[in-house]
Design a protein around this ligand. Sequence first.
Ligand SMILES: Cc1ncc(CO)c(N)n1
Length: 225
Amino acid sequence: MDPVEKNGVIDRWVKKHLVLYTGATRHPFILSIRDGTIDFSSFKRWLGQDYIFVREFVPFSASVLLKASKNSDDNSDMEVILSGLASLSDEISWFKQEAAKWDVPLSDVIVHKSNQNYCRFLESLMLPAVEYSVVFTALWAIETVYQESFSHCLEDGSKTPPELLEACQRWGSEGFGEFCCSLKKIANRCLEKAPDEELKKAEVTFLRVLELEIEFWDMSHGGPK
Ligand SMILES: Cc1ncc(CO)c(N)n1
């Protein structure tokens, strides 16, 4: 593929896989937050499961940082990843605080199958052999699904319950949006230089993230376990 054709790889992939992308970013779980019909037991289930996920996301982000320090040709990558890691520390505190508020015991959350699958997928990406462009694509996709989803719940006309506004602002804020933009720029830069085979792997990884995100929302949205 010639370099011109590879420009803006991420946008090209989002367009190409728009049905799946929209499935992840406009899931019924999110739409139910936005229209105010969400069952709080679903939110509580999501909260407990996402706390487990975020704890696994920390070593994953650290593994991307490690790859940036070895492979990246741009020093600013490290700073972007590091700022993400720093906010994860804050996020873990928020989860604990929020869980106490909603009476969700975090010490004995039973990890749901969909969450297990997602965590296992993250583990597979932490292997040293997985290319920087591939893991960066995953990092961008994971963060962006949350950003696009929760910012939708803050748009004009949404009837998000006040109790859930803080959660929506975590990922729906302008600051988090800018962070995702930085991730996208880096992902695009890496993908533009990637050989075709690596590019294919990154695309498959992007699709897998979307599927896992949909399954994660399904799990949260589903009836009482
Ligand atoms: C499942 C899931 N995807 C993405 C994010 C964003 O960090 C999260 N906290 N949880």
